[in-house]
Every structure is written in C-alpha cells, then in structure tokens.
Write a protein that binds this ligand. Structure first.
Ligand SMILES: [Fe+2]
Ligand SMILES: [Fe+2]
Length: 365
C-alpha cells in the first residue's frame, strides 16, 4: 500500500538532532499546575501545545509517511482489548457523592506514580541497531530512539529540572478536584508488591541480541500501557470534570486534557519504531536472521494476552481490598455497597490479541 494517491506527496525531513527532538519552542504563556510550573504551554490563541513537539511531531509524521510509502503497515493495537477502568465512572461518582474518597484518591495517586515511572524510559539501553538490523535504518524513528525520543518521553512523564511533567499534573488534577485530599501512605508499597510477582524470567527470543530484545520488550510494554491509559484518562476526565463531585471541574478537566494531548506523541513514536522493526529483518546471535515481524508480534501478543487477562481483576481486587472499610464513612455503608455492586459491568478479555504467531489456531486457550 502506498501513501501516495495524488502523485508522491513530499515526506518531511527524516533526520533530526537530539536537541531538535527535545526542543519545545517558545510559548505565549506557561502551564501551571497547582502552583507548579509544568511543561508545555499555550499559544497566542489559547491553545495548549505539548512540550518537545515542534520537531518531534512532524518527525514522527514523516517517519510514518516513509513507512507507508515503502509499502509497510503501521501497527495498530485494537482498542477492544482495553479493559475498562474499575471502578467505573458511575461507580466512582456514587462513591464521591457519598463522601467515600479513599478508593478514588488511591486510584488517582497510582496514576501519578505510574506516570513518574516513565522516567525509566531514559535508562533503556539502545544497542548498535545498524549492526543488528539487516536493512538500513537511517531516517527512521528507530534511529532516533537514543537521539532524543526516549529522553523526551521520560521528561514528559516525570518532569524535567524545575518543570513538572505528568506526575505533577495528575497530582494537581487530583488535588484540585478533591480539594487536597490526604494521601494514604501505603499506595506505593502496594503497587510495588503487586508488580513484583509478575516478572517474566524466560526470554521469548533468546536467538536475538539480549539488549535488543529487552529494548523491544520494553517498548511493546510501554506502548500497551500508553494505549490502555486512554481508558483511564477518559475515566479521570469524566469524573473530575463533573461539577457534582469535583471542586474544580474546569481546571481539573483541562489538566487531564493537556496530559492526554501529550500522550499522542508517545503512542505514535513507539508504534512507528516497532512497525519499522516489523518491516525489517533482525540478525540472530548465531549468524542467521529472523523476521522483525515475528519478534515484535510475539512480544506484543504475550504482553496483550497477560494484560487483558490480568489488569481488570488486579484493579478490581486492589480496590475491593479496602472498599468495605472505606465505605464506613458513608451514612449507610451496606446500602452503598449494594448500589455500587448493582452498577458493576462485567468484562471478559477477547479471545485473540490479533498478534498471534502465524499458524497458531489455539491462541484463545
Ligand atoms: Fe504520561
Ligand atoms: Fe506517556
């Protein structure tokens, strides 16, 4: 498939310096979140512009156009795989209307902590890709991962120098909407405890360079997290912009909207770089080759299968562990729990991820 319907449209510049990838340009007005100077800012017409996008955004577009022009596909994670947020917007609204804030404060705090973990992306080791990929990679997203793309992503998530990032922006949205709630002290510990039991020890592709495999696995994992976060952000936006339960519906809603805008370049560069690998051939450690597609699809399949199976029940178990205790502040806790459960919507993971290894007809097992 070619991207050109009317002749060959010009593809933008494909090679950028690290400084360009990290450049935000000038803003008419900065963004403040609860008194903290954050990244990004506003144009003269009042529109929010994400940080580090004046070159990064057109660069990603150009790499995507190049990929399509070469007859390759841009991979797509089916949104139907996204488990719904627990508790739902309706359940969360009910809790807040009844003065039960703890589960919502916990959820919002977890979101901000997970955003802060994004700083780890700058520590992902990038191997000598031109030696491990058979086809040329010049002028691709892949060639810019170490040249600013990972660093820009890390800065967006966790902040940079004296500028807040998504971590601080979510904290601000939470504190604005819920009037600076008291944060339970065990949120981080419980989150770490849950994740610790889930490490995969076996390498799915031991035949390729280990640093390359780790990098691709990390990118696939982060891509899935970023895409599934769309549902979480939609939940946060709908809840915290509701004047019935939010003390600052406009300011909190706007903050979440800015974060959502900033996430687009993350999803786009990750799926572009993974699609570029998918369209290429990788060298194995024993001097042979393997289709990049087999590796990328294999990694995505494993991650999607695990996430679709576990995320919903993890979230539900986590919330329900404290739910009954948290409801004690309500006038009639038993009636509230009943009303809460009546709003429960079931969800089952789809049988297929869409990235099944070729020839695997038993993927739903
Ligand atoms: Fe983020
Ligand atoms: Fe992100």
């Amino acid at each position: 498939m070619s991207a050109s319907i009317v002749g060959e449209p010009a593809i933008g510049r494909l090679v950028y310096t690290r400084d360009e990838v990290l450049e935000s340009g000038a803003y008419e007005a900065p963004l403040f979140a609860a008194g903290v100077r954050c990244h990004g800012g506003f144009e003269a017409d009042g529109r929010y512009r994400s940080p580090r996008t004046i070159h990064r955004a057109p660069a990603v577009q150009a790499w995507q156009a190049q990929l399509l022009r070469e007859g390759n596909a841009l991979l797509e994670i089916p949104r139907a795989l996204m488990p719904p947020q627990y508790p739902s917007v309706e359940q969360s609204t009910l809790l807040l209307e009844n003065g039960v804030r703890d589960p919502i404060v916990r959820t919002l705090t977890i979101i901000s902590i997970v955003e802060g973990f994004g700083a780890l992306i700058r520590d992902v080791k990038v191997p000598e890709l031109s030696a491990l990929v058979v086809e040329p990679i010049e002028g691709t997203a892949l060639a810019h991962l170490a040249g600013g793309l990972f660093e820009a992503h890390a800065r967006d998530e966790s902040g940079w120098k004296d500028e807040g990032g998504h971590k601080q922006m979510w904290e601000a949205a939470r504190d604005l909407a819920l009037d600076k709630p008291k944060i339970p002290g065990d949120v981080l510990m419980r989150l770490m405890g849950r994740n610790a039991g889930r490490r995969r020890s076996e390498r799915p592709f031991p035949q390729i360079d280990e640093t390359l495999e780790r990098m691709l696995a990390m990118m696939a994992q982060v891509l899935v997290v970023e895409i599934f976060a769309e549902g979480t952000f939609d939940w946060g936006y709908r809840l915290l912009s509701n004047p019935r339960v939010s003390a600052a519906p406009e300011a909190a809603g706007a903050m979440i909207d800015h974060i959502r805008t900033d996430e687009t370049p993350h999803v786009e560069y990750l799926r572009t770089a993974l699609s570029e690998v998918r369209a290429r051939t990788l060298r194995t450690v024993d001097g042979r080759t393997i289709a990049g597609r087999r590796v990328v699809d294999g990694l995505l399949h494993g991650i999607l299968r695990d996430t679709t199976r576990n995320r919903r029940s993890d979230q539900r178990d986590d919330v329900r562990e404290n739910l009954a205790a948290a409801m004690q502040v309500a006038k009639n806790p038993a009636a509230l729990l009943e009303a809460f459960d009546a709003l429960e919507v079931g969800w089952a993971a789809p049988g297929r991820t869409g990235f099944e290894p070729e020839g695997d007809v038993t993927a739903a097992s």
